[in-house]
Every structure is written in C-alpha cells, then in structure tokens.
Design a binder for this molecule. Structure first.
Ligand code: NAP
Ligand code: HSE
Length: 454
C-alpha cells in the first residue's frame, strides 16, 4: 500500500491524497474532525499529503451537531463509507459490537486502515479482527480504546517493549474516577455527579458498562493481551463496579489511611506461570501515585523487569483526550500509507503474542492473596462482634485494624476492619457465613486493599 505520491509537473512530489471516513459522529467522531480540521494544514505540509474528509456516518442525519459538515457528506449506511474507493482510513467511532464488527472486518478485508476507540469490540472480537489484519494486510490502530489521551498502547508496543510485566495496575475508567473524586471532594451524591459526567461526554451510551466495571474489564483485557499475549475471558476474572460504594465508605477509607479508586489490576507471576486480572473498587494507600489521580484522569502503573515501575497519567475520557489519541493513530496510518514500515499485527506479531500467552494460566481463587476492608452493619446487641470474629478465625483471616462507629438514634452500629492478606477463596467462604448471621444487617461491603505486588 506504500505510495509516496506522484511527481507533479514542477518536478516535486505531488501530495498523496488521504481519504478519511468517520463512522460515528458523536462525542469522539466530532472531536476528531474538529481538532483535525484545526491542525490539518500543518500535518499536510509536514507529511506532504492532502487529507480529505470524504464522509461521516450517523444514525440520525437530522440531529443538530456542534461540528458542522455539509449534508451531502452525512450518510446513514456505514458501507457507503467503507466501500468508497476514495476512503483509505476508516475511523470506527460508533461503538457497539455487532455492526461495528461487520464494518471493521469489511474494511480490513479490503486492506484498508481502521482506527478505533471501541474497547468492547476489541475485547470481544480482538482475536478475529487482529487475524483479519494479518491476513489481508490492512491496519488496525486502537490507541483511543484504553485510557483516553494516554499513549498506553504505543508504550506497551514500543517504548516498554523490553519488559516483562509482573504488574499493571491502573485507574482506567474516567467516569468512575470522576464520580468517586467529586463525591469525596464535594460531598455530592452519586446521581448529581453522574449527570455531569453524562453532560461532559465521559459516559458510555450504555452507562452500566462504566458503573459495573465492564468498560474497565474491556480495557484491561486489551492491556493483558498486549503485555501477555492472552485474551482473558470474563469467567477467569473479577469484575466489580462502584455502585455499592457510598460517600460514607469513601470517608471511612480515609480514616484507615486510604482513598477508594476503581482499579484494574493485571498480575503475572513468571516463576509460577500464573496470571490474574481483576477490576474493582480498591483502597489505595494515600502515599501512592494512583491515590492522587483524580477527576476524569486515568493513571496506569506498569512494573516491568527492565524499567521498574513507570506511571502514566492523563485524561482518560472525553472528546478532546480521545480525539488526541485517534489523531495520533491517523498520523501513524498516513505514514504507513506513505510507505513507512510501522506495521503492527503482522503474522509474526501474532505468533509472538501466542508464544507469550502459551506459558501462563489464570490463577484460581485459592492462589490469589489480597488484603481486604470490610464494613458491617451490626445489630446493637452483646456478642455480635464475637460472631463475626469467630468466622474470621475459622477461615484463618487475620485482622489488621478495627474501627467502630455508633449510628446515633438507631439500634445498630457500623463496624469496619481491614485484614492481612488472605486468599479470595477464604474471604468468599467467610462472606457466605456472615450472610447467615441474624445480627449482621445488610450485606457486608467488601473492598480489596491495593498493595503493589500482593
Ligand atoms: P456517541 O457520542 O454515542 O456517538 C456514537 C455515534 O455513532 C453517533 O454519531 C451515532 O449516530 C453513531 N451511530 C451509532 N450507531 C449507529 C448505527 N447503527 N449506524 C450509524 N451510526 C451509528 O459515542 P462516543 O462517546 O463518541 O463513543 C464512540 C466510541 O468511542 C465508543 O466505542 C466508545 O466506547 C469509545 N470511546 C468513547 C470515549 C468518550 O470519552 N466518549 C472515550 C474513549 C472511547 P447519532 O449521532 O445519529 O446517534
Ligand atoms: N466511558 C469511558 C470512561 C470512556 O469513562 O473511561 C473512555 O474510554
């Protein structure tokens, strides 16, 4: 596909025409065109190309949009964009996993470049899509799919390629972080902050993806594949969202010396050939960098055997940060279309990922050790704490710290405690037993305590 443009009649090389099609002209799609239009001239001069927006595709062509383009360039059938011979780069920014998959595979089978921000699609169909890239010689670039404006995909593929990663831990859902931060700092309710997150374009069309941890799981799966060569199915992971975390929990975590953040944690023990992947709200010690990553920012700490620990922080969601990542991919795509050998997902790349993934298995619940924070609502009666401690002892769960709070005007108290590391399996058994206690009101809240390397 390399093409450096043709000679013009003045003896110079005429700019190569690059045709761009954008499928999905919502928050991200409009952001890409808005910023690209502003920087296009400069990019065209630097790369000696002419970038043309051939068309966009939307569901409702009559919707009023902040970014205006001529009506003749607005389509409603994605194939009008994909099949147009003038389009070399297809930006799939529509979301979803059904039509988006069809459109992506169709474009790749034509040998075109597809640029995507669609982590759900990559998580579910990445293996099929990557295979199509290697078979048909197109390109698939997806920097915007994880951590918004942070170049984490490029870092894993390029800058940090010398490393084997024992731990990748990060805040990779901007909406959850925005919610937890503003609840904590401004004492606002979950619903109030969620409305702002929607208005700012952070939240997925299906917002349960954000709130129930699924979006972070999708992103963690992509990182795990790039770092460890393995597509990790949901059944082998722990996926929890933030719906059960209250303002009170956030404040009480502070009393223990922690902040609550929604984390994705991918660990690999190279000696034992074991791996874990979990996304969940966790208590992070106040002195850790990730504890200070606030608002819509994402932060990812990668611990590699060569580099040590590196943390990348930046805006994780929203129009501008995401557009920045997509435009970075557009520039890489143009360089490849001009003949540079930046190809990724070649047959050799896929073989090397397969080799990396073949030497590891997912750890069982008995093999994962974590410290926990528990919050119980206990009936105000004698012997109730003893019942809780009897169960903890039965499961060999050792308590590190305890704080009790009275709830004035009620006949119950809140009992919080932290534990030393125990297996996930032991904690699960203890929780089943707690549920049978009459004096434990409501389900105890269980949060993991993040300690690097545990
Ligand atoms: P959005 O604002 O809802 O935009 C989606 C766009 O796709 C809309 O223009 C919509 O058309 C169009 N569309 C949806 N279904 C379609 C169909 N069947 N046929 C034609 N057009 C269709 O979503 P977004 O926030 O831009 O997100 C787009 C993608 O980027 C998603 O994969 C998302 O996960 C990912 N992403 C988003 C962010 C973020 O901060 N928002 C960050 C990183 C990645 P209408 O406008 O007519 O409805
Ligand atoms: N809804 C996602 C988030 C968008 O809040 O992180 C960025 O991927």
């Amino acid at each position: 596909m390399g093409n450096n443009g043709t000679k013009n009649n003045k003896g110079g090389v005429a700019p190569l025409k690059i045709g761009l099609g954008i499928i999905g002209f919502g928050t991200v799609g409009q952001g890409v065109w808005k910023h690209l239009a502003a920087t296009k001239k400069n990019m065209e001069v630097r790369m000696n190309v002419k970038i043309e927006l051939i068309g966009v595709c939307v569901r409702d062509p009559n919707k009023t949009r902040a970014v205006k383009i001529p009506r003749t360039q607005i389509h409603t059938a994605p194939n009008d964009i994909v099949d147009d011979p003038r389009v070399n780069i297809v930006c799939e920014l529509m979301g979803g996993t059904t039509l988006a998959r069809e459109v992506t595979l169709r474009a790749l089978r034509m040998g075109k470049v597809v640029i995507s921000a669609n982590k759900a699609l990559i998580c579910e169909h990445g293996a099929e899509i990557f295979k199509a890239v290697s078979e048909y010689g197109g390109q698939y670039l997806f920097e915007a799919s994880v951590a918004g404006g942070i170049p984490i995909i490029k870092s894993l593929r390029e800058g940090l390629v010398a490393n084997r990663f024992s731990e990748i831990a990060g805040i990779i859902n901007g909406t959850c972080n925005y919610l937890l931060t503003r609840m904590e700092k401004e004492g606002l309710s979950y619903e109030t902050v969620l409305q702002d997150a929607r208005r700012l374009g952070y939240v997925e069309a299906d917002e349960s993806l954000d709130l129930d941890g699924i979006d972070a799981y999708h992103k963690a799966v992509i990182l795990a594949f790039l770092a460890h060569g393995k597509w990790i199915p949901r059944r082998n992971t722990l996926v929890e969202g933030i719906r059960n975390v209250t303002l009170e929990d956030i404040q009480r975590a502070r009393d223990f010396g922690y902040r609550i953040k929604h984390l994705a944690v991918i660990r690999r023990n190279f000696a034992k050939g074991l791996m874990t992947l979990g996304v969940y709200p966790a208590l992070i010690p106040l002195d850790k960098v990730l504890a200070r990553v606030d608002d819509v920012y994402n932060g990812i700490s990668l611990t590699g055997d060569v580099v040590g620990t590196t943390t990348l922080v930046g805006r994780g969601a929203g129009q501008d940060a995401t557009a920045s990542a997509v435009i970075g991919d557009i520039v890489d795509a143009i360089r490849t279309l001009k003949g540079a050998s930046l190809k990724f997902l070649t047959r050799e790349d896929l073989d090397s990922y397969a080799a990396l993934g073949s030497t590891v298995r997912m750890a069982s619940q008995e093999e994962i050790h974590t410290s926990f924070y528990l919050r119980f609502l206990l009936r105000d009666t004698h012997g109730v704490s003893a019942e809780v401690y009897r169960i903890l002892a039965e499961e060999k769960i050792s308590v590190a710290r305890v704080v009790q709070y009275e709830n004035p005007g009620t006949r119950h108290g809140t009992h919080t405690l932290s534990t030393y590391p125990v297996t996930e399996a032991a904690m699960e058994r203890a929780l089943r037993k707690f549920r049978r206690l009459r004096n434990v009101l409501d389900r105890p809240l269980v949060l993991r305590i993040f300690a690097p390397g545990n």
